[in-house]
Design a protein around this ligand. Sequence first.
Ligand code: TYC
Length: 102
Amino acid sequence: SVPDGPGASVLTRTRTRVRRPNMYRVLLLNDDYTPMEFVVHILESFFNKNKEEATRIMLHVHQTGVGECGIFTYEVAETKVTQVMDFSRKHQHPLQCVMEKS
Ligand code: TYC
């Protein structure tokens, strides 16, 4: 039997609340110097785009000034921006990658 009355243990169930995380767009910005093939390589290696999709995004950035690489939670977006900026810097390209709340 289950203990009852004074001294009985009390079990409570706390409802598990589910919350949507804030999401962040990661964007590439155009510049006059970064080679097109380098930008395509960035999109393939850091954003898992195939060559066709990477080329489409790169050309969109080239023609309009800005384009979306993906939408991520804060920490993932921050990591992508850092990876792209470090890699571009290492190869001495001025490519800029930024994030904005979605
Ligand atoms: N505008 C660059 C060129 O003509 C190509 C480029 C595309 C650079 C996208 C940056 O995010 C970028 N070589």
